[in-house]
Ligand binder design. Structure first.
Ligand code: FAD
Length: 459
């Protein structure tokens, strides 16, 4: 096979939302960028609808989705225990967006800034020289001719999702980025179906005191960390279903939960669209850059662990990376990339460490604990909205007093929730001491401190 050689300032691997935005942001700052995708470019990244947040787009300096990419926004959401008991009703801050259209928008923006997109790129192999990633080879078709493409660049960006194809090959990151255990992964599915029986859909909504166009979210149906969210459209013609549980096999899988739900709710008809996959649920790796390499998105575990949302944080990461390297003589220099990592950890690390503590808490209490939590009124409007908005809850003193009273009446839950909340608060405070300059020893101490407070990610 013929070999073609390309030099650019940056090579981004993975044309999902995180990679497409990283490529766009780097190119906007004057870098020549090559974007590699294993699938057809139009099929890069998530291909279903996801809940996203306008503030995260604004933080990433991107326009929030508009129709048709913006499917719906701020739906009324009813939170329900696994036993069907109603918990709390909130107006959700999330926007439902079409990921296929978002990915297309970002890849078009990247192309408009001169990013060269090479898709259907297979068998990527990275070359490390003197501890730095400097080039990679891939099999791909360029100008209609299949061959080996050799790409050299001072900066490589791994946006290949949770598999982290470059992350795995870099000697520096191997020990910082262990393979995730299955109980640190969420198996999820998000599908739209036709409503086969409007009467059945109406009965479902009445059962949960919900209206068409609202979302019924059941928590704890398959272990403490699990959800089944059902949204029947306003005209009763379609239903959206999002399900997820831990991927360690104890509770089945996302597709299995979906199958079970459909066999219970027989009014759900034929599939219209959707997809399934596995989401990393740990806080971001302590180190996600190395000489010549930066990770963004799921590859870095830049996901809100309490519910496995990674779109917004992955977008923010790409923009932060571009900000950090702007104006640098060597854009892949270890110190330059460390600045990106430190910026991300200092701004979002605290939130994500505490969200990781809550993810562990929800797993620990199990389905019965989730039922008890709902029954005790411990899921309040403000805490639920903060969680959906991926922000730290900030209850008023009145709410705190009310929660304390409810905890006194639920001593079993209090024994788990109080230490868990203390761990979350202490863990979040550690983000501000994240080392600002390259210092592996200081980072080891920092990481061990987080492990001690929140619990280790053993890999
Ligand atoms: C069912 C489901 C529902 C979800 N719901 C939500 C939600 O509501 N809100 C939310 O924020 N998040 C949600 N998530 C999580 C979200 O989808 C991910 O966090 C997000 O897609 C990660 O983006 P990414 O660009 O980092 O990775 P990906 O979307 O995984 O994209 C990685 C890209 O890299 C490509 N690639 C992989 N290996 C190679 C290689 N060797 N060479 C070249 N290219 C390669 C892949 O083909 C892919 O296109 C959900 C996930 C699932 C599975």
């Amino acid at each position: 096979m013929p070999t073609r050689k390309f030099n650019s300032d940056a090579v981004v691997v993975g044309a999902g939302t995180a990679g497409a935005n990283a490529a766009y942001q780097l190119a906007r700052r004057g870098l020549s960028v090559t974007l590699l995708e294993r699938r057809a470019a139009s099929e890069g990244g998530a291909q279903w609808t996801n809940g996203v947040l306008d503030w995260q787009f604004e933080r990433a300096r991107l326009d929030p989705p508009v129709a048709p990419e913006r499917v719906s926004a701020h739906r009324t959401t009813h939170l329900v225990g696994p036993d069907g008991r109603h918990g709390v009703t909130v107006r959700s801050p999330t926007v439902t967006a079409d990921m296929g259209l978002l990915g297309s928008r970002l890849r078009a923006l990247a192309a408009s800034e001169g990013v060269k997109i090479i898709d259907r790129a297979e068998n990527l192999a990275a070359k490390i020289e003197d501890g730095r990633l400097r080039s990679a080879v891939v099999e791909a078709s360029v100008h209609g001719q299949l061959g080996v493409v050799e790409l050299s660049a001072p900066l490589f960006v791994d946006a290949s999702g949770r598999g982290g194809v470059l992350r795995r090959t870099h000697p520096t990151l191997r020990r910082w980025c262990p393979k995730l255990r299955t109980d640190e992964l969420c198996s999820a599915a998000d599908f739209h179906f036709e409503v086969a029986d409007r009467g059945g859909a109406t009965e479902f909504l009445e059962r949960h005191r919900a209206l068409a166009g609202e979302t019924v979210t059941m928590v704890g149906t398959a272990g403490g960390f699990s959800t089944e969210a059902v949204t029947v459209s306003e005209d009763l013609s379609e239903v959206g279903v999002l399900v997820g549980c831990l991927a360690d096999g104890r509770f089945g899988t996302g597709p299995r939960l979906l199958k079970d739900l459909r066999s219970r709710e027989t009014w759900i008809g034929h599939e219209v669209s959707g997809g399934f996959g596995v989401i990393p649920l740990r806080r971001p790796y302590a180190r996600f850059t190395a000489p010549g390499l930066a990770l963004v998105g799921d590859a870095a575990c830049q996901v809100f662990p309490a519910h496995g949302s990674g779109i917004g944080l992955g977008l923010i990461a790409g923009t932060m990376l571009a900000d950090a390297i702007e104006g640098s003589v060597d854009v892949g220099d270890e110190a330059v990339l460390w600045a990106y990592q430190s910026m991300f950890q200092r701004e979002f690390g605290g939130l994500l460490i505490s969200s990781d503590a809550f993810r562990r808490l929800s797993t620990a209490i199990g389905g019965d604990g989730a039922a008890a939590l709902v029954a005790a009124g411990l899921m309040t409007e403000s805490t639920v909205v903060a969680g959906l908005d991926q922000r730290t809850p900030d209850p008023t003193s009145g709410e705190l007093a009310m929660l304390a009273g409810r905890l006194v009446r639920s001593p079993g839950l209090a024994r788990v929730l109080i230490p868990g909340s203390i761990r979350a608060t202490l863990g979040s405070m550690l983000a501000s001491s994240y080392p600002e300059r390259v210092d592996e020893r200081a980072l080891e101490i920092w990481d061990r401190r987080v492990d001690r407070v929140v619990g280790p990610n053993l890999g």
